[in-house]
Write a protein that binds this ligand. Structure first.
Ligand SMILES: NC(=O)c1ccc[n+]([C@@H]2O[C@H](COP(=O)([O-])OP(=O)(O)OC[C@H]3O[C@@H](n4cnc5c(N)ncnc54)[C@H](O)[C@@H]3O)[C@@H](O)[C@H]2O)c1
Length: 347
């Protein structure tokens, strides 16, 4: 058996290597690096191919493909969302993704993206809040204490200076897990017994629940003037978290309107309801927060460019390290037109 040539090999970052990489770089540094990459990519918004993600829905969940390209690199992510999975010992969200060279079409990186999605979602949330949250925001309500929650808390600490998180989940075991995991993180953690209690005194409210329905995690009375809402869990048709009245009181910020209108909180509103695109805020073309009374809402659904930014960050970080394996992924016949011969001779 001949060993594969260099042209056959694609760097592959396994879950194990992703964990090693994160510990090597430092979790908060890694989230900050990804947030910087997302901001830089959003600043060259026009360079990217953009399309709403391609979603395949079933009664129990969704499987999605999220492609984009900046003309030099092409990337995509495969991701699922199955809220019933945790009861079966499986995760709600798993993912993997790929970067390829546009000139040759050859993949240059294949990576796990379950951890990376949590890192990039947290990075994107904190990046948006850096531009939108009220001055001096230090306390965040964290509603939904599942797989994504600690990453959100750590990102808001690293990027926005949040020092206190108020946790709530309908499952107290999830809150206990989140509180335990955040011990020693430098955050003051307050465990609450209702969503209402979690929002008391919070400058930022993050909702990160999973339920395949129009849920009402926040009602209007829980949201005071000046608050920034970071709504993560409403990210599919028929799956939202906020009471409609909150939307009418908020200035709504989105990643990519054609996708958010299908999947985000704003699916409950008219198709022409005004929204502000975050790349315009990052570039300074539009002011995000205009007063200390304004309610700002990041209607997060997760957009392909964020995954592209996360993948290119990983690609940079693994260069010259041992945090990847070479995967024999591309057939490389001696004569490029003799694919059959390569197979035939391998007998
Ligand atoms: N916007 C994005 O970019 C993005 C990225 C990744 C995941 N998500 C979404 O974020 C959500 C959370 O993902 P996860 O991986 O942490 O899921 P998870 O299943 O691990 O955690 C969800 C938590 O929400 C809790 N919950 C459900 N209903 C609740 C309610 N009414 N009140 C309080 N808590 C409630 C559950 O008990 C669970 O602990 C999912 O809906 C997922 O689809 C969004």
């Amino acid at each position: 058996m001949l060993s594969p040539s260099d042209k056959a090999l694609v760097p592959f970052v396994s879950v194990d290597n992703m964990m090693r990489l994160v510990h090597h770089v430092g979790l908060e540094t890694m989230i900050t690096r990804i947030a910087d990459a997302i901001e830089a990519d959003f600043l060259r918004w026009d360079a990217f191919d953009k399309t709403p993600r391609v979603a395949s829905h079933s009664d129990v969940g969704v499987i999605e493909l999220m492609p984009t390209s900046d003309g030099e690199m092409y990337g995509f992510k495969y991701v699922n969302g199955h809220p019933k999975n945790t009861a079966e010992g499986l995760q709600t969200v798993t993912a993997f993704g790929l970067l390829a060279d546009v000139q040759s079409g050859y993949p240059v990186l294949l990576s796990e993206m379950t951890l990376l999605t949590a890192l990039r979602t947290a990075a994107m949330s904190a990046l948006a809040a850096k531009h939108l949250a009220p001055e001096g925001a230090r306390t965040m309500a964290m509603i939904g204490n599942g797989a994504q929650s600690e990453f959100q808390c750590r990102a808001f600490k690293a990027i926005c200076g949040v020092d206190t998180v108020r946790l709530y989940d309908i499952d107290p075991a999830a809150t206990a897990k989140c509180a335990r995991n955040l011990e020693g993180s430098g955050l003051t953690v307050v465990s609450c017994t209702s969503a209402q209690e979690a929002t008391v005194g919070a400058d930022i409210i993050t909702t990160c629940t999973a339920d395949k329905q129009y849920a009402t995690i926040l009602t209007d009375n829980m949201v005071g003037a000046g608050v920034h809402i970071n709504a993560i869990g409403g990210d599919c048709p028929g799956k939202t978290e906020l009471h409609k009245d909150i939307l009418h009181r908020s200035d709504i910020f989105v990643e990519y309107p054609p996708q958010t209108r299908i999947e985000g909180e704003i699916q409950a509103l008219a198709d022409d309801h005004p929204v502000i695109e975050l790349h315009d805020v990052f570039a300074g073309r539009v002011t995000g927060r205009t007063s200390d009374k304004q309610i700002t809402l990041f209607d997060s659904v997760g957009f392909a460019i964020e995954d592209f930014s996360a993948l290119r960050t990983v690609k940079t970080l693994i260069d010259g390290t041992a945090f990847y394996d070479d995967l024999d992924m591309l057939a490389d016949p001696d004569d490029p037109r003799d694919l059959y011969g390569m197979l035939h001779r391998a007998k």
